[in-house]
Design a protein around this ligand. Structure first.
Ligand code: TTP
Length: 196
């Protein structure tokens, strides 16, 4: 039987995505240091941060399958996390506009039984995203909406930010913060079913 699912995330997007599948789950937000070595490859950074979040929540539980995730935006090999303030959001969007970048989301599954970690899996997906050319006015309008502030790369493809994105190549949900097809595959690899 599948253990109870715990989503180790404070991200409302991830909760909505999982809830949209009809999966029963609990939420427990992790409190981890999200600093990383900027010289590490982006896939390794996204996986490592996802793993840290899942482990942090798993160690507080007796029995569960804990899901951690982390999303980063990569432009010319440089990792962009969430902007610190509006000024940094403007800088990020000025850099991303009119060209392609990559979005990586790492996913970690940590299974706990009798208070011990019994199995762990980490994986990631990458999606290419093309942002349209943006005038300074358009960037100011978007930053004024406050939407960029809690999002990697200072945009959300699922909200007003949809007006900024020309096209993508890869999983859409990976950009929003959790690739459901990757998660389903990881559950399957562990011998579990994600969807009820
Ligand atoms: C690129 C992009 C990112 N994002 C969001 C997803 C994540 O919530 C956020 C990246 O920050 P994360 O550190 O991955 O996640 P979080 O801090 O929001 O939540 P937690 O660590 O508790 O799991 O950016 C979007 O919502 N839409 C997008 O198009």
């Amino acid at each position: 039987m599948r253990p109870k699912i715990v989503l180790a995330s404070g991200s409302p997007r991830r909760r909505e995505l999982l809830a949209g599948l009809g999966v029963p789950f609990e939420v427990k937000t992790s409190q981890v240091d999200e600093t990383f070595d900027p010289s590490s490859p982006p896939n390794a950074v996204a996986e490592e941060l996802a793993h840290r979040k899942a482990k942090d929540v798993a160690r507080q539980l007796d029995a569960a399958l804990v899901i951690g995730a982390d999303t980063i935006v990569v432009c010319d090999g440089e990792i962009l996390g969430k902007p610190r303030d509006e000024q940094e959001a403007v800088q990020m969007l000025s850099r991303l506009q009119g060209r392609a970048h990559q979005v990586y989301t790492g996913i970690a599954l940590v299974e706990v039984a009798d208070g011990h970690v019994v199995r762990e899996r980490v994986s990631h997906r990458m999606t290419h995203v093309w942002m349209r050319s943006l005038s300074d006015e358009k960037i100011s309008w978007y930053v004024d909406s406050k939407e960029p502030l809690d999002k990697a790369g200072a945009y959300g493809i699922q909200g007003l930010g949809a007006c900024l994105i020309d096209k993508i190549d890869g999983c859409y949900f990976n950009v929003v913060g959790l690739s459901l097809v990757e998660l389903d595959q990881m559950f399957q690899d562990m011998g579990y079913s994600l969807v009820p």
